[in-house]
Write a protein that binds this ligand. Structure first.
Ligand code: MSP
Length: 490
């Protein structure tokens, strides 16, 4: 048994979650479930990022204190994760004492080691993105990410010596080709860091400008910059500076799943913070793509978001999970539309999987009154359905964080099983009274369906459970179709 520590980004609570947020959590959940199924000791962490100007502003607009506002928003995230069957082991809020005290400890360690120093900060700041930009990065006076106006800022702040660790990071990235994935992102970071000199990172804000943050222990006039605070969640949750045994058990993280827009913070700042603390970097950072609507990123600020709760209620939780993980190769951008979900649901779920499960149970009920006959004369070879093999193939694809390939493997068995029914023509066997053949045919199908349900467990936990229950019962009954077709598709 090995340990598997997997994390998602911690989400800003200034607005309600949308598809993009649910995407990372569903992907992380599928991986966490698969590792548990393989017997690993899994620690799956998600949570919320609650400090900074953006949250303080949203709270004041809602007429609430920061505490009341964040509590209210966190409840919305928790409900969504519950509905979507997100099996996290820990949920960290950056306002919790276990986190704030760790951040302060980290700051003190780095200050004592002289990796933090007080300097002059001058540059551009994007309040909605909580991000600082240099003159070279800013697009005129606009944010290069969200295109909104930037503020010009000049102040005394603390800096982390990123530049000191740049040669180490270049070496680390070069000698660990799997550190950043997919390959396009690895190349992007490596080329950036080999061709640019890193500026030291400004990690504080004057309290006079931002008060909703964690105090810098050695400087009462400053609070911690929200990104520095946020990244530390990955070690505060597992006990850094508090619970050494737990921390040693789970660190380094096996996988940080993130969206491509927060790659710089994770692949450059974070490994350097860890190195300065004498801690190992995470084993892998995987940056997925964006869900787009037409040519735009789906985002609250662009006003084009769809509520994941509504989608899951409308299409079913598992169909929603399946769609997100199957439709677009992880790492690439994808276009979101209702038509695309409905098509996946009708083709892959209703026609292929649902139909296989339903017609097989119907046949067993009809031919054998629901009781599978004792039968040794199986003819393997006609239907490749070895359950160990399918699960192993899915696991190998998941080790490469390739959800589409994993699901392709499952659907190849689904399609083979449907074809097996067409080719075998059980209705002819029945007419010709070939009971023995009919029995072995049914057993092979049941074996395939059980393998499919086992392989789908991490992606579609509810469907997998319902198939397992239906096919493990002493009497197999046809039941209701798992995925009724949606007819009014244009
Ligand atoms: N709080 C920071 C993360 C700190 S992690 C130490 C943050 N929060 S966020 O709520 O703005 O975004 C969280 C994640 O959602 C990011 O990984 C981002 O890429 C992802 N998504 C936001 N919109 C998205 C899409 N339209 N599509 C896919 N994911 C996107 O950044």
């Amino acid at each position: 048994m090995s340990k598997f520590y997997i994390t998602t980004p911690i989400y800003y609570v200034n607005s309600t979650p949308h598809i993009g947020h649910s995407y990372t959590n569903i992907a992380a959940d599928a991986l966490a479930r698969l590792h548990r199924q393989s017997g690993d000791d899994v620690y799956f962490l998600t949570g919320t990022d609650e400090h900074g100007q953006k949250i303080a502003k949203a709270a004041s607009e809602a007429g609430l204190s920061e505490k009341d506002f964040t509590d209210k928003m966190v409840a919305i995230f928790l409900k969504l994760w519950d509905v979507l069957c997100i099996s996290y082991d820990d949920f960290i809020r950056t306002t919790e004492e276990r986190h704030t005290s760790t951040v302060k400890n980290v700051l003190s360690i780095l200050y004592d080691r002289k990796d933090l120093y007080l300097g002059k900060y001058e540059g551009w700041y994007c309040a909605p993105c909580e991000t600082f930009w240099t003159d070279g990065q800013a697009q005129g006076e606009s944010c290069p990410d969200c295109k909104r106006p930037l503020e010009r800022i000049k102040e005394d702040n603390y800096f982390l010596r990123l530049s000191k660790y740049q040669p180490w990071l270049i070496d680390h990235i070069k000698s660990h080709p799997g550190f950043i994935r997919p390959l396009s992102r690895y190349n992007e970071v490596l080329s950036f860091i080999t061709n640019n000199k890193l500026n030291d990172l400004c990690i504080s804000r004057p309290r006079s400008r931002i008060s909703w943050g964690i105090d810098i222990p050695f400087s009462p006039g400053h609070v911690t910059y929200v990104w520095f605070d946020a990244l530390i969640n990955y070690i505060s949750a597992i006990g850094f500076t508090h619970d050494e045994t737990k921390f040693r058990k789970y660190w380094p993280a096996d996988l940080h799943l993130i969206g491509k827009d927060i790659l710089r913070q994770h692949a450059i700042y974070w490994p350097i913070i860890l190195k300065a603390l004498d801690l190992e970097p995470p084993k892998m950072i995987f940056a997925h793509g964006w869900w787009m609507v037409g040519a735009d990123k789906m985002s609250k600020s662009l006003g084009n978001v769809t509520d994941p709760l509504k989608l899951a209620q409308e299409h079913g939780i598992d169909a929603y999970r399946y769609f997100l993980l199957r439709d677009v190769p992880f790492g690439l951008d994808g276009n979101f539309s209702d038509e695309a979900i409905i098509k996946r649901k009708n083709d892959d779920l209703a026609n292929d999987l649902g139909n296989l499960v339903h017609r097989t149970a119907t046949m067993i009920e009809k031919y054998f009154s629901g009781k599978l006959p004792d039968c040794k004369a199986l003819e393997p070879g006609k239907l490749k359905s070895d359950s160990d093999q399918l699960f192993g193939e899915v696991k190998a694809a998941m080790d490469a964080v390739d959800f589409t390939l994993s699901l392709d493997k499952v659907w190849s068995v689904v399609n083979q099983a449907n074809k097996f029914i067409e080719d075998t023509k059980p209705w002819v066997l029945l007419r010709e009274n070939k009971t023995q053949e009919l029995a072995s045919f049914s057993l092979l199908l049941v074996r395939a369906i059980k393998a499919i349900s086992e392989a789908l467990c991490s992606f579609m936990p509810l469907t997998s459970k319902s198939i397992r229950e239906q096919y493990s019962a002493p009497l197999i009954k046809k039941g209701f179709p798992l995925f009724p077709r949606i007819e009014n598709v244009h």
